[in-house]
Design a protein around this ligand. Structure first.
Ligand SMILES: [Zn+2]
Length: 108
């Protein structure tokens, strides 16, 4: 028997997806810098930066887009419909559900 998840747990899913997006967006330069510092003596600076940059972009496209899609299709805890969209309208910055009006991160 499946038990309904609390609002808090469902909001945590959205927060996690948003954190992943920020992580992949902000992590590019630190990752490339660290990778080049570690592997430049062995591979050369150009090759190390190319490999790390391309690798990060591919991983960012896969995992960052996955998180973005998860956030975009987030289901409202109250009504179960898409929180950020209704029909063909979509708003990533809305502060309340576009279907039932539940405020973002509300407990009830
Ligand atoms: Zn709703």
């Amino acid at each position: 028997m499946e038990q309904a998840r609390s609002y808090k747990e469902q909001w945590e899913t959205l927060r996690r997806a948003n954190r992943y997006q920020i992580f992949f967006f902000m992590g590019f330069l630190p990752f490339v810098f660290l990778f080049v510092c570690l592997f430049a003596p062995h591979l050369g600076a150009q090759k190390a930066s190319f490999i790390s940059g391309c690798g990060y972009i591919v991983c960012g496209l896969v995992f960052g887009n996955r998180a973005a899609i998860r956030a975009k299709q987030f289901a409202c805890p109250r009504c179960g419909k898409r929180f950020f969209g209704t029909g063909n309208r979509h708003n990533d910055f809305t502060r309340k559900c576009m279907n039932c009006g539940l405020k973002k991160y509300a407990h009830e």
